[in-house]
Design a protein around this ligand. Sequence first.
Ligand code: KIV
Ligand code: NA
Length: 265
Amino acid sequence: PKRVRIPHLHALKERGERWAMLTAYDAYTAEIFDEAGIKVLLVGDSAANNVYGYDNTLPVTVEELLPLVKAVSRGARTALVVADLPFGSYQTGPEQALTTAFRFMKEAGAHAVKLEGGARFVPQVDALVGAGIPVMAHLGFTPQSEHALGGFRVQGRGGAADRLVEDALALQAAGAFAVVLEMVPADVAKRVTAELDVPTIGIGAGPDCDAQVLVWSDMAGMNRGRKPRFVKQYADVGAVLLDAARRFGADVADGRYPAEEHSYT
Ligand code: KIV
Ligand code: NA
């Protein structure tokens, strides 16, 4: 199979074909999700929680995310690899966004970057696109703004819906190739999806987006904690690992491992 490229994602929207994105933070998961036909792998700043154990995405740094993007780029044969720009690495202005994005593209092999925020970030998107860097936008609940937004809340309800549509159109006009919609009422996400030429990628944004994304550790049951309403759990990898680790520990304690077949003469 050939590398997924942005025109392909745009053609899927035209044909009305849905597709999926997953986060990945290492080479093994990247290889597996790639083999499963997942079109886009996002090295999310959700690595803050899911890899580094922080409480939210604010503390994670470019230096912490770069090696994860490198690993995913090596593991992904056909999927498009998107690197999330972390909090504080692009908000200062277009120059900072360029400096950060160049690192993810040159040092880590990303094919595109993602940033959070509405029309205010048009200068950043414009500069990146102008430099040949594809940009995925992210609207609705944007975790890097958790404190400004007053916690985990659905965004774009009531009068805020028009603003969301305007933001999405402004980002598209600046050259964004896709827009993530997080925790947005289903009817609002449907409206944005109809108004945009570029694909919408929903997470807690109802069934009418062009694509859907989940954090892999949520959908596979690696995250043992609280799960938002929008998560569907497809596996319990956490339970499988817990059982494997327990049985390994018990086998060693009881002298069942290593057995003869695991030993050299
Ligand atoms: O960091 C992340 O995982 C994300 C997705 C949830 C869109 O931004
Ligand atoms: Na993110």
